[in-house]
Write a protein that binds this ligand. Structure first.
Ligand code: GDP
Ligand code: IMO
Ligand code: MG
Length: 429
């Protein structure tokens, strides 16, 4: 039995949360391996809707859930989320949740730097979630991050904060923002430490034991490959790697442990924040897709930009991300459209391209080449078998498979957990 990694194959919000929740019933544990509370994963279970940002989606089913070392953790955001899901009837204890002791923390200063920088960028802003993700990852790479294990050592916190604030206060002053006094961060950290530490452990050891015991591990990614710091539409990306390789690095297992890689993608495209988007629709069709798909960001409430399915981009994501099968979501959102378009190539200065160029100025200038396909008037919403899908919808899915050179192994037809068609069991591959 293979382990499975779930990663986004577009610009995030593809429905990873729903798919992870669905697959979690077949897994022994779920591990989040990158990102932070910039993620917003929505799960609909009967009449309850869960919005998770840091907690792995396995928690809702009570599957052992692990926050890996590749995640940047805002301890206050985590405790708030634990409180919210607790009120929804999901009690989070150290029996259900474990946190890597070597994960880096997001501090209030990271959020202030994130926002001050975005403000300074003005029209060139990235459109970050303002959660401090970029500055926290920068501190990790710069070797000055405070990590979960440091919470057990007040003297370490004290010394590390001196170093960290030396850097960030200079930056804040330069940006015309208010600097931090050490106590403003140290005191809340000392207060929060005893509430976080009971969850902390050497996660890699647990994963190693699980592997040796033949357990099934489900790796949960955040964001999507086009937001990956190496492979995405840089600089309009997040600050971590979102590809499957990160599942190994961000949880402390080797690459061979990752197994099957399920790329999640919508039957169309969305993006939240700034940056190039070749198939974006700024017309009534785009608005209709946005309305039907309820395309508003879970984290910031921003309206997501919508467009046609971009097979060039998803094919590229599959290649660079190591995706072996696709879960295609939100097919139902396209119900009732007379005609559908799929991008099969780009035109740039009179040349046809079959990849997204790396340069942002070229990315902004490519124009999509479309193939037009008939839509369907029937509803696919809630379909749970292939047989329940109209012929035109099946044709659309089959054509996408051809264009992206990857099989569709799961299909999702509504936000509800069980409105999912399993074409092939990802754990059996
Ligand atoms: P994630 O960040 O990848 O987990 O995705 P989000 O949760 O941010 O956004 C996906 C949204 O689409 C959520 O509101 C889901 O409830 C919803 N959703 C997921 N799958 C489907 C589907 O097949 N059809 C419809 N209509 N909605 C879906
Ligand atoms: P999930 O896991 C969609 C986008 C932001 C911005 C860029 C950088 O729900 O799919 P950051 O705060 O990470 O520095 O912002 O990345 N972004 C997401 N877009 N879904 C997400 O997560 C995202 N996380 C970050 O909008 O454009
Ligand atoms: Mg999301």
């Amino acid at each position: 039995m293979a382990n499975v990694a779930v990663i986004g194959a577009q610009w995030g919000d593809e429905g990873k949360g729903k798919v992870v929740d669905w697959l979690a019933s077949r897994a022994d544990m779920v591990v989040r391996f990158q990102g932070g509370h910039n993620a917003g994963h929505t799960l609909v279970v009967g009449d309850r809707t869960f919005k998770l940002s840091l907690l792995p989606a396995g928690v809702v089913r009570g599957t052992l859930s692990i926050i890996g070392n590749g995640v940047v953790i805002d301890p206050w955001a985590l405790l708030k989320e634990i409180g919210i899901v607790g009120e929804q009837g999901v009690k989070i204890t150290p029996d259900v949740l474990r946190i890597a002791e070597n994960a880096a923390l997001i501090l209030p200063v990271h959020q202030r730097v994130d926002r001050a920088r975005e403000e300074a960028r003005g029209a060139r802003k990235i459109g970050t979630t303002g959660r401090g993700i970029g500055p926290a990852y920068e501190d990790k790479v710069a070797r000055r991050a405070i990590r979960v294990c440091d919470l057990a050592h007040p003297e370490v916190l004290d010394a590390k904060l001196d170093e960290l604030l030396l850097h960030h206060n200079a930056l804040l002053r330069g940006l015309g923002a208010e600097p931090f006094a050490k106590a403003e961060i140290l005191d809340p950290l000392l207060e929060v430490a005893p509430r976080i530490l009971p969850f902390a452990e050497a996660v890699w050891e647990r994963l190693d034991a699980a592997r040796r015991g033949g357990k099934r591990i489900l790796f949960e990614g955040a964001q999507g490959i086009m937001l990956d710091v190496d492979h995405g539409t840089y600089p309009f990306v997040t600050s971590s790697n979102c590809v499957a390789g990160m599942a190994a690095v961000g949880s402390g297992v080797g690459p061979s442990a990752v197994g099957t890689v399920l790329g999640i993608c919508k039957a169309y495209t969305t993006r939240v924040g700034s940056g190039p988007f070749p198939t974006e629709l700024t017309d009534a069709i785009g608005e209709r897709i946005g309305d039907r798909g309820r395309e508003f960001g879970t984290v910031t409430g921003r309206r997501r930009r919508c467009g046609w399915f971009d097979a060039v981009m998803v094919r590229q994501a599959i290649k660079v991300g190591g995706i072996t099968g696709i879960a295609l979501t939100k097919l139902d959102v396209l119900d009732g459209l007379a005609e559908l378009r799929v991008c099969t190539g780009y035109m740039l200065d009179g040349q046809e391209l079959h990849r997204l160029p790396a340069s942002p100025s070229l990315q902004a200038r490519v124009s999509p080449i479309y193939e037009t396909m008939p839509g369907w008037s029937e509803t696919t919403s809630g379909a749970r078998t292939w047989a329940a899908l109209p012929a035109a919808a099946i044709k659309y899915v089959r054509r996408i498979e051809e264009l992206i050179e990857c099989p569709v192994t799961l299909l999702s037809t509504s936000p509800e957990r069980d409105d999912t068609i399993m074409v092939r069991d990802p754990f059996a591959d």
